[in-house]
Design a protein around this ligand. Structure first.
Ligand code: CA
Length: 198
């Protein structure tokens, strides 16, 4: 295959991906339950889960979302609230003593967010802790539809940047595809130059 043919094939593949996956890849269809655990089996600390559906945070308790989880730190040790409901209180504040994060009592923590109705999510943001211990914030995120079927599963690293978005942005997909095309073109032009020099 010539360079021209290879580039044409890659471009066609990118177009197919954009057409087939563009809208759907950037949207999680029919999400009902969001299950979050700590990938490192460390404490699970979640400041807020924001599930955006048509500009509305459908995870927020004020919009019908509900949260349950393994025992929280506060229930065992006292102090500020670290209840599961803190992760959907509409406040992304990640400072522990401010009382707006969920903090599990051990490394087996989980957080289940149930939406009032199955929703198409254009983004699913998870805010981690900000005052301490960010190295713990690697999340395993699984999403189920209204029938209990798993529709999404991914590990998200919030240790260096928070929040993390579970739903890939269209721009991210476009850049990924451009990267694939670019690498192919670079390799082929290098080979061509090497042949020309030889
Ligand atoms: Ca919160």
């Amino acid at each position: 295959m010539s360079l021209k043919q290879a580039l044409a094939a890659a471009a066609a593949a990118a177009l197919v991906c954009a057409a087939a996956g563009g809208a759907s890849a950037a949207t999680l269809i029919g999400a009902k339950t969001i299950h979050i655990t700590n990938h490192l089996n460390d404490y699970l600390q979640v400041a807020e889960v924001v599930a955006n559906s048509s500009g509305v945070d459908v995870a927020a308790s004020s919009n019908g979302g509900s949260a349950s989880g393994e025992a929280d730190w506060q229930s065992a040790h006292g102090g500020v609230s670290t209840a599961p409901s803190n992760a959907i209180d509409g406040n992304t504040d990640g400072i522990y003593v401010d009382g707006s994060i969920y903090h599990s009592v051990d490394g087996n923590g989980f957080l289940d967010i149930t939406l009032a109705a199955p929703s198409d999510l254009s983004s699913l943001l998870i805010y981690g802790r900000t005052d301490c211990c960010k190295a713990r914030d690697v999340y395993d995120v699984t999403v189920f539809n209204g029938g209990g079927t798993q529709i999404y599963s991914r590990t998200l690293d919030a240790t260096s940047s928070s929040p993390v978005n579970a739903v890939p942005e269209p721009a991210t997909w476009a850049l990924m595809m451009l990267g694939v095309v670019g690498v192919g073109a670079t390799l082929r032009s290098r080979r061509k130059l090497a042949l020309a020099a030889a």
